[in-house]
Write a protein of this length. Structure first.
Length: 317
């Protein structure tokens, strides 16, 4: 029954009963006697209480809907408001849930296009860095070597310093290109790519212990790329923001799927702090493959980043 008919029925019953009593043996004297006033006030109080109960019950689903709307987050899909209450309220909640379904689908589709375009742009920039800038710096390095061979003794030290600076710049260009386009992932697979990633961060002051367990099921190329990017972003956040000196990178089969774990011994997540673009990007990528991404404190402090890919998303290549 709709909220309108509930309130209308309650008021109609109250008025019909009052009219029946007035037209029957019940009379109201002038001036009103105390007993008569008590009866009228009791009836009025009962009618008001009934209206209050009906409104409270009828509007409670709207209050729950308001809390659900305030807590809605498209990066954490699946949560829906419970359909309950009068017909109008139930229809409103159903419409809201349908709207959330549509928004999550549209967001997932647009995020997939955006991330696909981002990967293509990464590959293009990495290729230009490697083919254009890298080759140019290699040519400069060879020219500096010839200059160093012919330079007088008092200039060789400065030319040598220029060589070292050029060589360092070339190494940095190659490192950036590798991070933009993980060639080892395409050539040697996910396990080797994760080991190389752990070694890369270990070389920059953070001790990363890696563990890629055997028995992993086949994963699609898209899933492997998402796992790699989430691990890369997790270690990047650890190196930049956590103040940790040790981290752990683990990929292992678990009941119902595969789990990626990135753990550090840093300061941990600040309570109530908003999530940054890095965490938002990880959540976006996890949604693309139907994975669940969770962030929380580690067992000994620091931060745990866990991403679980369900079996339903695993396919042989």
């Amino acid at each position: 029954m709709s909220l309108f008919w509930r309130i209308f029925s309650l008021n109609s019953v109250g008025l019909v009963v009052a009219a029946a009593l007035l037209l029957g043996p019940v009379t109201v004297s002038t001036p009103v006697l105390p007993g008569e006033a008590l009866v009228v006030l009791t009836g009025l109080a009962a009618l008001l209480a009934g209206n209050a109960v009906v409104l409270r019950i009828g509007l409670a689903p709207l209050q729950r809907l308001g809390r659900a709307m305030a807590a809605a987050d498209l990066l954490r899909p699946g949560t829906r408001a419970a359909v309950a209450g009068p017909a109008e309220t139930a229809e409103l909640i159903t419409t809201y849930n349908t709207m959330l379904d549509r928004l999550e689908t549209e967001r997932a589709t647009s995020a997939a296009r955006a991330l696909s375009a981002q990967e293509r742009e990464r590959h293009r920039i990495a290729r230009e860095l490697h083919d254009e800038v890298g080759q140019t710096l290699t040519a400069v390095l060879l020219q500096l070597k010839r200059v160093a061979d012919r330079a007088p003794e008092d200039l060789r030290e400065e030319v040598g310093q220029a060589q070292e600076a050029t060589r360092a710049g070339l190494d940095e260009i190659r490192r950036i290109a590798r991070r933009l386009r993980p060639g080892v992932l395409e050539e040697l697979g996910l396990a080797s790519a994760l080991r190389a990633l752990a070694g890369e961060f270990t070389a920059h002051g953070l001790t990363v212990r890696h563990e890629v367990r055997g028995g992993l099921p086949p994963l699609t190329e898209e899933t492997e790329l998402v796992v790699y990017r989430v691990a890369q972003e997790g270690l990047t956040n650890t190196a930049r923001h956590s103040g940790a000196d040790r981290a752990e990178l683990r990929l292992a089969p678990v009941p119902g799927g595969v789990e990626l774990l990135v753990r550090d011994n840093g300061t941990g997540l600040a309570a109530g702090a908003p999530e940054g673009a890095g965490i938002g990007g990880m959540r976006e990528r996890a949604l693309l493959i139907g994975a669940e991404l969770g962030l929380g404190p580690g067992p000994g402090g620091g931060t745990d980043i866990r991403m679980r890919i369900p079996c339903a998303r695993r396919e042989a290549r």
